[in-house]
Write a protein that binds this ligand. Sequence first.
Ligand code: AQP
Length: 328
Amino acid sequence: MKRVFSGVQPTGNIHLGNYLGALKQFVELQEDHECIYCIVDLHAITMPQEPKVLREHILDVAALYLAVGVDPKKSIVFVQSDVPGHAELSWILTCNSYTGELSRMTQFKDKSKEKESAPTGLFTYPILMAADILLYDTNVVPVGNDQKQHIEICRDLAIRVNNKYKTKSFIVPEGRFLKEGARIMSLDDPSSKMSKSAENIHSRISLLDEPGKIKKSIMKATTDSEGIIKYDVKNKPGISNLLNIYCEMSEYTVKELEEKYQGCGYGDFKKDLVEVVNEGLKPIKERYEEIRYSGELPKILEDGAKRANLISAKTMNRVKNNVGLGIN
Ligand code: AQP
């Protein structure tokens, strides 16, 4: 069975972008893969976090993993900082990376925009992500399209270390991206991706948002003045983004939606979309409420960390041996 690894940062409530871009794949893959799903708290502290809030968000994300259908009997679910191998391998990879390649990462450029100096962790984030993946001899990484560059650098690092030490320290993983539509854009600015940390709460739909908030965010979503429901990312990015969301949350294809709403205004289309999103999220919210405060989460995460530590310890032994670290 091929091994899968992926993760989500506990930086806020998971939104439709995270769900449609990544989590939906997590659930599908666990049927015929050996899946390892992590809550990447070490990544979260690349930006300032309030400690108490971060702890709550870790449990929120874990509960949401389970609520969307990740099954801890089938998949390993754990918190990144409970497995020391992530930080340890990250250092070895840091010593095999170059500032030039890291400076080209668009996520770093976006997050450090207009800042005179940016946190070092933000700069080295792709290396920690590479360590996360390589630590588990991962074959497949299901992520949103926004992570393509980070998967490339992970593959480069794996090949580079294997070649440099003339040993096979790492399996070179493949990214598994969804079709273009799975990149969900911000509702108030369809030129940037939907994000947990964006200031405007109406720029995103979080999986736990109340129906009234969802209605407000969708009805306020930026469109254009043409009033024609047509998929055209270049000229009509707002309505194209809403069509993507509608399509991903329903059984309709984009083409079928264009036909269904021919001659209708944006208002009617948006009202229906509100219904579709609210209906789609209802069972997830119900399941989340059952799990989040049930007391079973810490045990699930502890078991997950034990299993993850066993796998990662083997990789670390092999890599340290290949690189010449330590005396055993
Ligand atoms: N807008 C998006 N569309 C599709 N996929 C997305 N992902 C994130 N945003 C979108 C995918 O979700 C997974 C988890 O992402 P993450 O939490 O690890 O980090 P991120 O990509 O930085 O997500 P956010 O929501 O934008 O968080 P903040 O605001 O904290 O930086 C990844 O697979 C990602 O591709």
